[in-house]
Ligand binder design. Structure first.
Ligand code: AMP
Length: 212
């Protein structure tokens, strides 16, 4: 199963992509997670990406295609994958076609639809675990104990780019850059649209149905 999950920041695609990857037994490839790891490790890529990510802008297509190409070279990608947060621009979508070659025909693309106002509310209440990557929501899915990750016990925090100002900027970037990507997949008749509003389990079922 080779899947691209598209959706605005805060549409729940990270949560759903993780779940889908676990259920299908394929890697979950999140360029956002890869970049955050590079930032935490203080690599050259991390140093370049950190200020852009913090302001809510997009990291350059060259850098992103470079890390994705490296990841695709690993053998675990052969059985399938869930791509999350990539491709985000038309250049990246075309770059992906080159990386996957003929496999491009078997890509399934699902877009989660969530209105902007719902996203701003969701993201400012989002908390993540810097240690294991678990994602929480202070209203809908809070950790059992205040600010403590259920899974690993680390303190859960708001991501540096989860402020309202940065969220609005990321939504603008999404509408500007990613709509051409969805149009690209629409023109190839591989795009499925899924309502991203509702309980996580229900949205997950809708995503699974979109892939069947
Ligand atoms: P995400 O976790 O997918 O919301 O990504 C967090 C941030 O990482 C984004 O706001 C961008 O700054 C950067 N980023 C992640 N994936 C990409 C991508 N495919 N292209 C450009 N920038 C990206």
């Amino acid at each position: 199963m080779k899947v691209i999950l598209i959706g605005p920041p805060g549409s729940g695609k990270g949560t759903q992509a993780k779940r889908l990857a676990a259920k299908l037994g394929v890697p979950h490839i999140s360029t956002g997670d890869m970049l955050r790891e590079a930032v935490a490790d203080g690599t050259e890529l991390g140093l370049k990406a950190a200020p852009i990510m913090k302001s809510g802008g997009l990291v350059s297509d060259d850098l992103i295609l470079g890390i994705v190409q490296d990841r695709f070279a690993k053998p675990d990608m052969e059985k399938g994958y869930i791509l999350d947060g990539f491709p985000r621009t038309l250049v990246q979508a075309e770059g992906l076609d080159k990386i996957v070659g003929n496999d491009g025909e078997r890509l399934r693309v699902t877009e989660l639809l969530v209105p902007d106002d719902a996203i701003v509310r969701r993201i400012t209440l989002r908390r993540t675990c810097p240690s294991c990557g678990a994602i929480y929501h202070l209203e809908n899915q809070p950790p059992a104990t205040d600010s403590v990750c259920d899974r690993c016990g680390a303190e859960v925090i708001a991501r540096a780019d989860d402020t309202e100002e940065a969220v609005r900027k990321r939504l603008d970037a999404f509408h500007r850059d990613t709509v051409p990507v969805t149009d690209y997949y629409k023109s190839k008749s591989v795009l499925r649209e899924v309502d991203g509003i509702g309980p996580i389990d229900e949205v997950f079922e809708r995503i699974e149905q979109s892939l069947s």
